[in-house]
Design a protein around this ligand. Structure first.
Ligand SMILES: [Zn+2]
Length: 175
């Protein structure tokens, strides 16, 4: 699939991601790098050499997006749109909530309060590929002192994981 036969929605998402990556480079000093896509020869994906710069740029985009949501919601109210219509535009699905979605839209936009998601919607762990052993890692509960208890999936020979486990043992012994 090339960039030319994707849907307008997917193209818009790519454009926003491109902007975030550009801000990470221009504002936060990162550089774009091409990395091979798993299992697909001759296909690369653009990533940043500094993922933390990506987070900073994405947070900036989130603030900008929140400000735009508020501004457009106020404009919508100005031209006579109901909070329920604004809720629909926000993508709030009434079946997911106990409270009327118009109320939730108001709280979200005007009062900046998070949505009361039900527990089943929460995701409690993060997934990433280890740069050392190449395995997919399930990462949960970073408050656990020993990384052996909160990172699942490293290869038995993984150097990074072995080093982290050894470091946490030293830290435990020093206490
Ligand atoms: Zn590993």
């Amino acid at each position: 699939m090339t960039r030319f036969d994707i849907t307008p929605l997917a193209r818009a998402v790519l454009a926003v991601k491109d902007l975030i990556r550009r801000a990470a480079c221009e504002v936060h000093g990162a550089h774009a790098v091409e990395v091979p896509v798993d299992g697909l020869r001759a296909l690369t994906r653009t990533e940043l050499d500094d993922p933390l710069a990506g987070i900073r740029a994405a947070v900036l985009a989130r603030y900008a997006a929140s400000a735009e949501i508020r501004a457009y919601a106020e404009q919508a109210r100005g031209v006579g749109r109901a909070w329920d219509e604004i809720a629909k535009a926000l993508g709030l699905d009434q079946t997911q909530f106990d409270d009327p979605r118009a109320e939730l839209a108001f709280r979200l936009v005007a009062e900046n309060r998070p949505l009361p998601f039900r527990e089943s919607f929460e995701r409690l762990d993060a997934w990433w590929r280890c740069g050392s052993c190449g395995q997919r890692i399930r990462d949960h509960d970073p408050f656990e002192a020993n990384p052996a208890d909160n990172e699942i999936g490293h290869a038995a020979t993984c150097r990074r994981h072995a080093a982290e486990v050894a470091a946490s043992r030293l830290w435990e012994e020093a206490r």
